[in-house]
Design a protein around this ligand. Structure first.
Ligand SMILES: [Zn+2]
Length: 196
């Protein structure tokens, strides 16, 4: 989100707090924000990011909301993939793990189809295809085998996924995208067809 034109009113000086901004991803330290009365004492509750001006909430348990985005931005991604990948990162930060897994599966399936796999196949088959054709590094084949269990093509039921499932899949998708786009010899310019 863009907070460039925001001018937060009546902010106060807070005790310095270091955090990763959920909006710009920078590690920042802020001393500007708002206090809240929690029970009978004041608590530093909202910090303004000095880099992008986004508000960063810290609750009475010291939990930060929203949490920083997991994973990292990836360079040279086609716009379509980048949008979906960033959405997946936001989904994890919001605690929407089942949605994250569904979106990340979609990225891998699209990548496989874009690279020659036939459409309408199972998730497990697409993961095999990416491994067999060198899109997944051989040292990551074990991880790839593990995430095949996150496919549920056989019964078409929506299964609830955990944070660990979502992070494991995000980690693998991130590695695959870095290898095939950010670190690719040639910039991949073509926009993939999005199969939904
Ligand atoms: Zn920021």
């Amino acid at each position: 989100m863009n907070f460039d034109n925001y001018s937060w009113k009546d902010t106060v000086h807070l005790q310095s707090k270091k955090f990763i901004c959920w909006n710009c991803g920078n590690v920042v330290a802020s001393v500007i924000g708002y206090r809240a009365l929690y029970g009978s004492y004041y608590k530093d509750a909202i910090y303004i990011c000095p880099h992008c001006k986004a508000p960063h909430i810290v609750d009475h348990m010291n939990q930060e909301i929203p949490a920083a985005l997991p994973g990292n931005p990836i360079k040279n991604l086609p716009e379509t993939i980048n949008r979906v990948y960033e959405e997946a990162r936001s989904c994890i930060a919001a605690g929407a793990y089942t949605a994250t897994v569904m979106i990340l599966r979609k990225i891998l399936m699209n990548l496989a189809v874009e690279e020659g796999a036939k459409e309408g196949d199972s998730f497990a088959h697409y993961v095999d295809y990416l491994c067999e054709n060198g899109f997944v590094h051989r040292r990551q084949h074990e991880q790839a085998k593990r995430i095949q269990r996150l496919g549920n093509d056989a019964n078409h039921k929506i299964e609830s996924r955990t944070k660990e499932d979502a992070l494991e899949l995000l980690n693998l998708v991130q590695l695959i995208l870095i290898n095939n786009y950010e670190q690719a010899d040639e910039l991949v310019k073509k926009e993939p067809v999005v199969v939904m």
